[in-house]
Design a protein around this ligand. Structure first.
Ligand code: UDX
Length: 495
């Protein structure tokens, strides 16, 4: 098929197959589709099945005639685990298997489509892909795009501060500052001096702990190197907002000048959906979950007093040991506060689990707790009964909490989460950092501090930052205008 004149640009969006990545990139896809662009969303076949099974995305996106889902294999058998330590296996497999397949589908016309299901005047004929928006963790789409002459925009789903730290790894290495996390001999409070703008507060323990996601010799160096690959991309998208990360964004712009900050993306989408009166077929309550949501938790929250509940969740990938679960559980129970706790079925490390923990947990939570396997998190954070968030500091969770004005206790598990938690506590003053500690007394104290004793202190900052986040996605705000600029730039790529 040839591209016809006046055909909207065709954008291929390709996320890393993990919840936090699919979620935010699907939101961007929806925003571009709302603007009338043709969008192909490329999922791995494994994740597409989960997404379609647990959500109404097919029905939701059917409201956009220029939108299609397509699949590509990640190269692993269906039954192969992909979470926790296995994440790296999927990542390596994609570099080997998925890369040539991506090239193949772009060269062929497999991504172009013709939909004649509407009336003769509504037929949709897409042109070839004009622009690839690829997950910033995947570097091979840049190689493929460059070879085929298709501009690639990298979308890194982490914070700007975490991006900048990864970017600075070669500088830290050169200065001999990189810690050896596994030696057990590091002074974890040693200050890192070679990350511009963070010289006074960044400690060894705040660097991304990537040892948990693979067994490569120097995973931090590996991630540092591929983060620098983003400078080969046409531009960079970040799910953050200028008022939150202005100084660090200035540093990144010295290396990667073309940045679109679009965050908080979920709020930008909500704003755009709210202002579109013609898209009645598109639901505003949009779930992109790869897990089954327990909506009864909202009914439970409805019955709780204002700001009385601490929401506890560690995202989609973190694995906890039975010991860690026990400490959290006792800490929460002893705090005497109400809590809503997400425990995914695959979350507790099975090695030392004799099966008793779930029973204990359920028994102990009946009084003032609610346990769920997965919840509609954005809705939970926005619920008036929720007054605090005990989080693993995944970036999506962090930015969702920021715009909801909910203060946080951070217990980072891996990677960028160690950085986010430091910024939440030390720079933005939006909560407390509990990293590297797992003790029921500390949990109890921090929960009480967050929900009562020190609440005023945090609420001042969370209210201010929530307001700035809302302004940024409103008409005239930075994120709002950056989206318009991105759409315009993509349109220019197709002429
Ligand atoms: C990971 C990293 O931690 C994150 O920083 C990186 O940017 C992406 O990969 P994850 O561990 O899943 O992601 O955490 P997070 O980024 O917080 O994403 C979790 C998403 O799942 C959030 O959008 C959250 O709203 C959603 N969620 C979580 C639910 O919808 N329901 C739940 O019960 C828990």
């Amino acid at each position: 098929m040839e591209q016809e004149p006046n055909t909207p640009p065709h954008v291929l969006i390709f996320p890393l197959p993990a919840q936090g990545h699919v979620n935010s990139m699907l939101k961007l896809a929806e925003l571009l589709a709302l603007a009338g662009l043709h969008v192909t969303f490329l999922n791995t076949d494994y994740n597409q099945d989960r997404l379609f099974h647990h959500t109404n995305v097919q029905a939701r996106f059917a409201g956009f005639p220029g939108f299609q889902f397509k699949i590509i294999p990640d190269g692993l058998p269906v039954e192969h685990p992909r979470g926790g330590d296995h994440f790296y296996e999927m990542f390596n497999s994609m570099n080997l298997v998925t890369k040539p397949l991506l090239r193949e589908i772009l060269v062929s016309s497999k991504l172009q489509y013709y939909d004649d299901s509407g009336s003769s005047t509504n037929n949709i004929r897409s042109g070839p892909v004009n622009c690839i928006i690829a997950d910033g963790i995947l570097t091979f789409p840049i190689d493929v795009g460059n070879e085929l002459g298709i501009p690639v925009i990298h979308f890194r789903t982490i914070s700007a501060c975490a991006f900048w730290i990864y970017f600075s790894v070669p500088d830290m290495e050169e200065a001999g500052e990189l810690p050896n996390f596994t030696s057990g001999k590091e002074d974890m409070d040693r200050i890192i001096t070679r990350v511009a703008g963070m010289e006074t507060f960044l400690r060894c323990r705040d660097l991304p702990n990537v040892n948990r996601i693979g067994h490569q010799e120097n995973p931090l160096q590996v991630i540092g190197e591929f983060t620098r690959q983003s400078t080969r991309a046409h531009a960079l998208i970040l799910n953050t907002f200028e008022d939150l990360e202005r100084p660090v964004l200035s540093n990144i712009r010295t290396q990667s000048p073309q940045i679109y900050t679009l965050g908080p993306l979920h709020a930008l989408l909500k704003h755009k959906l709210g202002s579109k009166t013609t898209t009645s077929s598109v639901q505003s309550q949009s779930s992109n979950s790869l897990f089954q949501e327990d909506r009864n938790c909202i009914t439970w929250l409805d019955a709780q007093p204002l700001k009385s509940v601490i929401y506890v969740s560690f995202g989609s990938l973190a694995k906890l040991t039975r010991y860690e679960m026990r400490e959290f559980w006792y800490g929460l129970i002893n705090s005497k506060k109400r809590f809503l706790w997400v425990i995914r079925p695959d979350m507790v490390d099975g090695k030392d689990d004799d099966g008793q923990i779930q029973v204990e947990l359920v028994e102990g939570t009946k009084e003032r707790g609610y346990m769920a396997e997965w919840v509609p998190q954005e809705e939970v954070l926005a619920h008036p009964a929720v007054g605090g968030f005990f989080t693993h500091s995944g970036w999506n969770s962090t930015i969702e909490s920021i715009i909801a004005g909910v203060p946080m206790i951070c217990w980072p598990y891996f990677a960028d989460q160690q950085v986010n938690s430091r910024f939440v506590s030390e720079v933005w003053k939006l909560g407390m950092d509990m990293k590297d500690v797992c003790d029921r007394v500390v949990v109890e104290t921090m929960v009480n501090d967050l929900m009562a004793e020190r609440r005023e202190e945090f609420i001042k900052s969370t209210d201010t930052m929530a307001r700035l986040a809302r302004e940024s996605v409103s008409e005239g705000g930075y994120s709002y205008c950056n989206l318009e600029r991105l759409i315009e730039d993509i349109r220019l790529m197709s002429v």
